[in-house]
Design a protein around this ligand. Sequence first.
Ligand SMILES: Nc1nc2c(ncn2[C@@H]2O[C@H](COP(=O)(O)OP(=O)(O)OP(=O)(O)O)[C@@H](O)[C@H]2O)c(=O)[nH]1
Length: 387
Amino acid sequence: MMTGSTQENSHWIVRLNYRNRTASFALLFAAIGVYFYGVAHSGFAWAMLVLQFLIYPHLMYLRARHSRSPLAAELNNLLCDSLLFGIWIGWLGFPLWISYTMVIGVTINLMVFRGPKGFLQAAAALAAGVLLSLAIQSPQLAHYSYWPSDLLCIAGLTLYLMMVGNVAFTRNDRIRETRDQLHKSQKALQQANQALQRQLEENTLLQQQLREQADRDPLTGAYNRRYFDVSINRELSFCQRHEQPLSLVLLDIDHFKSVNDDHGHQAGDLLLVTLANLLHQHSRASDIVCRFGGEEFLIVLPNTDCTTAKERAEQYRVAFAAAGVTWLDQPVSRTLSAGVACFPAQANDAAGLIHCADVALYEAKKSGRNRVVSFSDETREATHLSS
Ligand SMILES: Nc1nc2c(ncn2[C@@H]2O[C@H](COP(=O)(O)OP(=O)(O)OP(=O)(O)O)[C@@H](O)[C@H]2O)c(=O)[nH]1
């Protein structure tokens, strides 16, 4: 007899069959023993009975348990049971209840594991066993029937069928439990996936915001100088490829320092924010509004020629002058001056364009402020002369 722990190491089908075989064979031992008791049998027959029904189940268990492939060995054991039962049936002369119990026992067992194929295999092995017994001894039919033995067979068969039913029920239950567990795990996994997805989306959004923040001036929301440096070359090469003009408007608030001095820094900030908002309002989506320095803004106008750029700069100037900004009920409005430079008319690269716009702005400041000046050779001349 195996100990509990060694049994647990073996395949569950081997363990299950061990339990069922030991119990059902013990019942058959009782049934056939009672049958033997009714009709006198030799010592050899009793020895065979003990060997087959009390010792054999343990030997078969050991064989399957120590096999390299316990499941295959156990299924072979079932075939072996069938063959031996066939021999017993033939040898005993086909006693009705004992034969029926044995046939049902082995065929059901193999059917449980192999389906209809198992039934056919069990039937074949049973038939082989019967033929073997008939080969050894001449055919005979047992006319004798003893009711206690029949009763034991009926009880044993009933118990056996109940055991099979119970195993099927337990297995079904476990399969259902496992399926439920799997379903729950899948759900949990799905939820974790969704949470991860949300987290990823948040991260992407956060990254976008960070990138945006890195490109923007925190006070006015306009693009910063770094962004201008990156984007101007891209815009210029696009315009170059498509033979389009591009203009720069450099503008500066007039006498801005006096706003800070007279009304405080916050008033100056308000004016800067107002100007940035106006610039955005009067710009197209493709324009790039940058805060270039303290109170200086630079607007990149792709696909815009000099005349149109000057008109746009005029719009900025008029709108800003009319903004009517107040701080603590005090008017703090200022005007602005702007210089306009165009690609490819005046310069071919970013540095050249900025220089031209700066020269034009200088000229606007010098000639009285609150005006827009386009860069031209005369502007350059005038700037040279005055410097
Ligand atoms: N409130 C505020 N002031 C700023 C900011 N950045 C620069 N300034 C101020 O802007 C002023 C620029 O003054 P100036 O360069 O003398 O120019 P201006 O007074 O506008 O005179 P013109 O340009 O010649 O008309 C300085 O006083 C700076 O301190 C800012 O972010 N907020």
